[in-house]
Design a protein around this ligand. Structure first.
Ligand SMILES: [Zn+2]
Length: 271
């Protein structure tokens, strides 16, 4: 269900970003000659669909959806690059070409590299001169940065829109560390209590019981523990939710949410 929703929304936002990106020439819009703002906007915009699906269905940023998001960003970016190519008038930098003049992709790619290098060079102070033989590589790097920027922005957009905490000290989003669904609601309560009462070692032992309480198809109600953690400082945010099955649809109700500082996060969530 979520996958289907994610696919539909992702396709929709991908197409929207592809059209917008082509219309306003976003693909190769850089700031200060090298920051790929346009490509990042395309990636972020295309990821919105996946983020909406995650939000609507209360699933988390599991790897599967992230990959779908990256695919959406990549596809939108490629569509913009290709539609730019097949458009009757091609505008790269300040030069305008009729499409017939560019009969092959290789020539087009070379043009992107060359124009990118020029744009990057023009952002440098006047006294810096880039030797001509290096210009090609400057253009290549700029194109690669643009491409990577698209994917990075996709990941950021998903994290931001799905409420993943951001660690300002290490300047990165938390990662999904644990997503446990358990029919053993008593154990989940005990786990929560142990964490709140600062008995982390015990909490870890209880977590094994929580994990053992597998959710069966006939279960109508169960609990879920979702932990996001900063990969560097190990601070974490934990959400506890109640899930109910009714008429083929699973409803999610938030129960508790708390933050663990670095020390507690590292002990409670150690595996
Ligand atoms: Zn951190």
């Amino acid at each position: 269900m979520t996958t289907l929703l994610a696919l539909i929304f992702a396709a929709a936002t991908t197409l929207v970003m592809a059209v917008v990106g082509h219309r306003v020439h976003l693909a190769h819009f850089h700031l200060i000659g090298g920051i790929p703002m346009g490509a990042m906007a395309i990636g972020a915009g295309a990821a919105v669909g996946v983020a909406i699906a995650i939000r609507l269905t209360n699933t988390y940023d599991t790897g599967r959806f992230r990959i779908l998001g990256y695919l959406a960003g990549f596809t939108a970016y490629m569509i913009v690059v290709v539609t730019d190519y097949v458009a009757l008038q091609l505008r790269v930098g300040d030069r305008v070409f009729p499409a017939t003049e560019l009969m092959n992709i290789a020539r087009y790619l070379m043009l992107l590299v060359e124009e990118g290098a020029k744009a990057a060079a023009s952002a440098l102070p006047r006294w810096v001169r880039i030797p001509p033989e290096v210009m090609f590589w400057v253009g290549m790097v700029r194109l690669a940065v643009e491409f990577v920027g698209t994917l990075v922005a996709t990941g950021w957009a998903i994290s931001l829109l799905t409420g993943v905490p951001f660690c300002w000290r290490n300047r990165r989003f938390y990662e999904l560390k644990q997503l446990v669904e358990s029919a053993n609601t008593v154990a989940v309560r005990e786990w929560e209590l142990a964490v709140h009462q600062r008995r982390p070692i015990e909490a870890r032992a209880i977590l094994a019981r929580v994990k053992a309480g597998r959710v069966q198809p006939q279960d109508r109600m169960w609990m879920r523990i979702v932990a996001h953690q900063c990969p560097i400082c190990l601070a974490a945010r934990v959400r506890i939710e109640k899930r109910k099955r009714s008429a083929g649809w699973v409803r999610t109700e938030p129960q508790d949410e708390f933050l663990l500082d670095e020390a507690r996060g590292s002990v409670v969530l150690a595996t």
